[in-house]
Write a protein that binds this ligand. Structure first.
Ligand SMILES: [Zn+2]
Length: 308
């Protein structure tokens, strides 16, 4: 099955945007969305350490909402989306996590050999590392990542540091690309900052409480606010990229926030780990990170010169 990819197509981005003047249809759509007052899910993200600071065991795979399930290992999140034409995996953990993800899929009754597409949010070792192991089970699966991170995913290394077995990127995505497979459309939004080619994927899925707007956010709401982390992962333009991404995020609204790490949900969006969020919770998360960033560059202004 070949996924259909449209660049710059007329996708219903308006569902994810707020305050769009002069678009009449937006108001009628937004009335419809308001009818869905609350989404129910038993799923909760868990802190990866328990109250005494010990690392927890990997959580089992779990269905989140409609066709979306969590298959992620402990400290990193990975997801699978079932479509009528096969599975779409979003992020793959570290190299060694690839096998765990496959087993987690099996525990939900899903066959990893039916993976059609692997969507990567960015090249980082903890998000793209397991791709090669999954491709051993689903050799025909397409691997997609933003064009600015594609070379790094193929090399499996950043700067001089090797991280995972490189894999062939079959599709180098651009901002606005929509990947449609089995009736599910994933909209690519470039949201750089964690990496030059970080993206988020926006998707609308149906579930028991009605249609739901989900964001696979990777680490795009984060900022490398540690000196060591910025030295290791920074790149020219990272500071400007982060500001642009924050502005983009402030205009958006979602029902389901699927971050790249559990702590992004339960610490920063909701204390209880429930991935369903309101626009206020989303803004709190984005604004909190933006504040951390502004404080960081105030404290270490040299990074504005180094990275810009
Ligand atoms: Zn990460």
């Amino acid at each position: 099955m070949v996924p259909e990819i449209v660049t710059g197509g007329n996708w219903r981005t308006d569902l994810f945007l707020i305050q769009i003047p002069n678009i009449v249809s937006f108001h009628s759509i937004s009335q419809k969305w308001r009818k869905v007052m609350a989404f129910q899910t038993a799923f909760r993200f868990l802190p990866y350490k328990d109250a005494s600071g010990n690392q927890r065991a990997n959580p089992p795979a779990e269905r989140i909402y409609g066709p979306i399930s969590s298959i992620g290992p402990l400290t990193v999140c990975a997801y699978v989306v079932e479509t009528k034409q096969g599975l779409v995996v979003v992020d793959t953990g570290y190299d060694k996590d690839g096998d765990l993800l496959a087993n987690n899929m099996r525990s939900l009754g899903l066959d990893p050999s039916t993976i059609q597409v692997i969507l990567l949010t960015h090249f980082h070792f903890d998000h793209a590392g397991g791709t090669s192991r999954l491709l051993k089970l689903a050799p025909a699966a397409e691997v997609m990542v933003h064009e600015k991170d594609a070379d790094t995913v193929e090399a499996g290394k950043w700067k001089d540091r090797a991280g995972y077995p490189g894999v062939k990127v079959t599709r180098r995505l651009k901002d606005g690309d929509v990947i449609t497979i089995g009736g599910v459309a994933f909209k690519t939004e470039h949201a750089p900052g964690q990496s030059p080619g970080e993206v988020v994927y926006l998707v609308t899925v149906d579930g028991p409480d009605g249609p739901c707007r989900a964001i696979f956010a990777g680490d795009a709401t984060g900022f490398k606010n540690g000196v060591a982390e910025l030295e290791r992962l920074g790149y020219p333009g990272v500071c400007a990229d982060f500001r642009t991404t924050v502005e983009k995020f402030r205009k958006m609204a979602f029902d389901l926030y699927l971050g790249g790490h559990p702590h992004q949900v339960f610490n920063e969006a909701r204390a209880d780990g429930n991935p369903f969020i309101t626009r206020e919770e989303w803004l709190k998360l984005v604004n909190g990170r933006a504040k951390e960033y502004e404080e960081f560059v105030k404290k270490y202004p040299k990074y504005l010169t180094i990275f810009g």
